[in-house]
Write a protein that binds this ligand. Structure first.
Ligand SMILES: [Zn+2]
Ligand SMILES: [Zn+2]
Length: 399
């Protein structure tokens, strides 16, 4: 598909900057009242209120607090989905901001407050361009990104249908990129994320007489090391994976051999074939090591979000539309090993996710507190670039 590339970037940026104070105000109000999971009534109410004046067709989720607002263009054409996720994280906030979280133990530390506000700004900007749009824009406000599979619920409830979605674009802020810079890449951009649990069972006994027991503690340790050897010796370094065993739990006293030890960890990959192969290897290694020492294992791997794969044409077009027109852009040399449920949308529709740099000007982007840090802050001026980027992608895609 050919996108229009001759956009008046200065004009779009100017319109986005005119909306910035409203965008920042909405972002701060959402930031102060973070909600977690799939039911986000306060956040949903703020979105509906902010969109009320615009000529949009609005639906809300049955199982979640999602909001889908469709802007119909002046003539028939494709439909572009723009997404902002809505949920916060279960963690304390230590930013000292005067609009910091008022809900103890909850924080918008992943910037989803900014994602919502930028998408509302884009809806305002694009509504003013409705006569130019040949096709439709669907603004998709999504709950439950942080491990709740919110995008999957939305797909099940038809977010990609009526009108059928042809392309999809999402922004995610990053405090570790210079403010205002957009970065993305073709192919895998984010990893899959699976939870691995291994229960090692032996025979408990007196710690002075291990020969009368089957001690699961050294066996669990050996499994951790064997898994690391498996990762470095069997996984193609050009199709990599990360397996971190992050928790070992076992035992109750210095003189008791426990019956069980539990290991917990995360597996990240950037291809589905490597992901499946490592699943098999984890079971084989854990069972083999345990059997060698007269213990047994139970391996449970909970499949989380799949690999987020950006469409090459969509990425090329997006970078061409934005680079030097709206802002500076960067092609990421490698994927990031975090995960996103936007991956489910990109399994169905060609599109991409891009990072928007939001490093505060007084900080160094390399060491600025990252997403999910209790001290994460962002440069709100960059939100105008985010609004303009959403708008520029839509105007190019639909005219
Ligand atoms: Zn996050
Ligand atoms: Zn996020």
């Amino acid at each position: 598909m050919n996108w229009r590339t001759a956009l008046d970037g200065d004009a779009i940026l100017g319109e986005a900057r005119d909306l910035l104070s409203e965008v920042v105000d909405l972002r701060r109000r959402i930031h102060a009242e973070p909600e977690i999971g799939l039911q986000l009534p306060k956040t949903q109410a703020k979105i509906l209120e902010a969109l009320a004046e615009l000529d949009l067709e609005i639906t809300t989720g049955d199982q979640t607090s999602m909001v889908v607002a469709t802007l119909k263009g002046s003539s028939e054409g494709p439909t572009l989905l723009l997404r902002g996720d809505m949920d916060a994280l279960p963690m304390p906030e230590d930013t000292g901001l005067d609009f910091a979280s008022t809900a103890p133990g909850r924080m918008h530390a992943c910037g989803h407050d900014a994602h919502v506000a930028m998408l509302v700004g884009a809806a305002q900007l694009l509504a003013a361009h409705q006569p130019e749009l040949q096709g439709n824009v669907k603004f998709f406000f999504q709950p439950g990104e942080e491990g709740y599979f919110g995008a999957k619920y939305a797909i099940d409830e038809g977010v990609l249908e009526e009108p059928k979605v042809d392309g999809a674009f999402a922004l995610h802020i990053s405090p570790n990129l210079p403010s205002g810079m957009i970065s993305t890449r073709a192919g895998a951009m984010l990893a899959s994320a699976d939870e691995v649990a291994i229960k090692v069972t032996g025979r408990g006994g007196h710690a002075s007489s291990p020969f009368l027991a089957a001690d699961p503690v050294p066996v669990a340790c050996e499994i951790v090391i064997a898994l690391q050897t498996m990762m470095t010796r069997t996984v193609d370094i050009f199709d990599p994976g990360v397996l971190t065993v992050a928790s070992i739990q076992g035992g109750t006293a210095y003189n008791v051999i426990p019956e069980e030890v539990a290991l917990l960890g995360t597996l990240r990959t950037v291809s589905e074939s490597t992901r499946d192969a490592i699943h098999d290897s984890i079971v084989r290694v854990a069972e083999g090591v345990a059997a060698a020492h007269d213990c047994t294992v139970e391996v449970t791997i909970d499949r989380g979000y799949p690999v987020t794969v950006n469409d090459k044409d969509f990425v090329d077009n997006t970078l061409e539309v934005l680079d030097g027109v709206i802002t500076e852009t960067l092609r990421m040399p490698a994927p990031v090993m975090g995960a996103e449920d936007w991956s489910y949308v990109l399994q169905e529709v060609p599109g991409c996710m891009a990072f928007l740099g939001v490093c505060p000007p007084e900080l160094d982007a390399r060491v600025a507190p990252a997403c999910h840090s209790n001290r994460m802050t962002l440069d709100e001026d960059a939100l105008a670039i985010g609004v303009a980027s959403h708008a520029a992608v839509a105007l190019s895609y639909l005219t």
